[in-house]
Design a protein around this ligand. Sequence first.
Ligand code: PLP
Length: 455
Amino acid sequence: MRDENLNSWEARADAHSMYGFTDLPTIENRGATILTHGDGPYVYDVHGKKYLDGNSGLWNMVAGFNHKGLAEAAKAQYDRFPGYHAFFGRMSDQTVILSEKLIEVSPFESGKVFYTNSGSEANDTLVKMLWFMNKAEGNPQKRKIITRINGYHGVTAVSASMTAKPYNEVFGLPLDGFIHTDCPHYWRFGQDGESESDFTLRLARNLEALIVSEGPETIAALVAEPVMGAGGVIPPSKGYFQAIHPILKKYNIALIADEVICGFGRTGPIWGCQAYDFMPDAIISSKNLTAGYFPMGAVILGPNLANKIQMAAESVEEFPHGFTASGHPVGCAIALKAINVILNEGLIENVQALTPKFEQGLAELAKNPYIGEARSKGLMGALEAVMDKDTKTPFGPEANVSEKIANTCSDFGLICRPLGQAIVLCPAFVMTEGQMNEMFEKLTQALTKVFSEIT
Ligand SMILES: *Cc1c(COP(=O)(O)O)cnc(C)c1O
């Protein structure tokens, strides 16, 4: 499998490139996959092998890997004005236009946008904004941030503290003041005999108890993905946001939608909060914002937070925060093009049109005795492997089941992602029906092979 030649791409990657979020025993056995280019939803490696990328890169390459219009928008802006910052009262024209566009397509009637280079930085920025605002309003103790177990919000020190996954323990995280509440995954965490509605109510009651025990006056916000992405594609239980939002309002705690994955059509409508019918106080965006063609994130503030943060800034004559490349003109030009491509070139319609076929493909695979749950919203989905379907007993960690499935898929020319014991799929918005058939055929082959070997 692995090319052992010392000059091989695999050996060269090992020598000087550090792997993040990568299973090192897999690298040891198989070598890294080094990619050169792409075409639609396909990518090609240095050996010329073609893969259907069932994950749109990392959820983000929704317009495919060779969208001409996006590359041309980038080139045109590089030719016109290749870089500028957004400090000291200056910013590029593209930045102004993108902010107008983002507010126009947001669920907010008005608001303001702040730019970052990534989703992690957007979450960090949001937290600093809330700390800044609450302090200016005379509530310096109102700083704690609540997120949900299995929620993913990034990797910087603050956003990793918000990410409630056990792997962050190796960094000694979370930092103080970042608290984690229940994961709204009914299939996994519902109790015997508990209905889905009762499960939702129990989580809402737990949240209120947590708020009261921590002290509501010390809590700034709850940050939540409409559908948890890197937690394993977990749609909320029925009525979840309707159950928790009134509690947050009662204690004057902001609700922030981390739409880094859900935003710009992944769940069907433009925003995940629209798919679940709630109105957050702010939206965190990244990934699809530029269709993956530029590193960029944005904090999109609704009217209330925008006004309050503006007032706080006026009180000290400045909001002392910003990244060198915040509002980068090329990133903004690409984002403007990406939004236009997603909303006006049939991509979001294709998500909606392909969703029933996607759900059907997942449901078909869920008939497998070793698939415990198929779950999805729009074009994000997951299949949860189990050793025993009735008791929902997972495979032992030594079975390495999802890693094996992903590796076998890769042998068959399909990229999909192992997450815990689940396999995640999130196809590009440009995927055709034929390519979706190919994706499910390859996954079916891989599941059959792996389950026959390990059971
Ligand atoms: C990917 C992701 C982030 C972090 O974005 P980066 O650009 O990787 O820093 C934050 N929130 C969610 C929901 C994500 O999926």
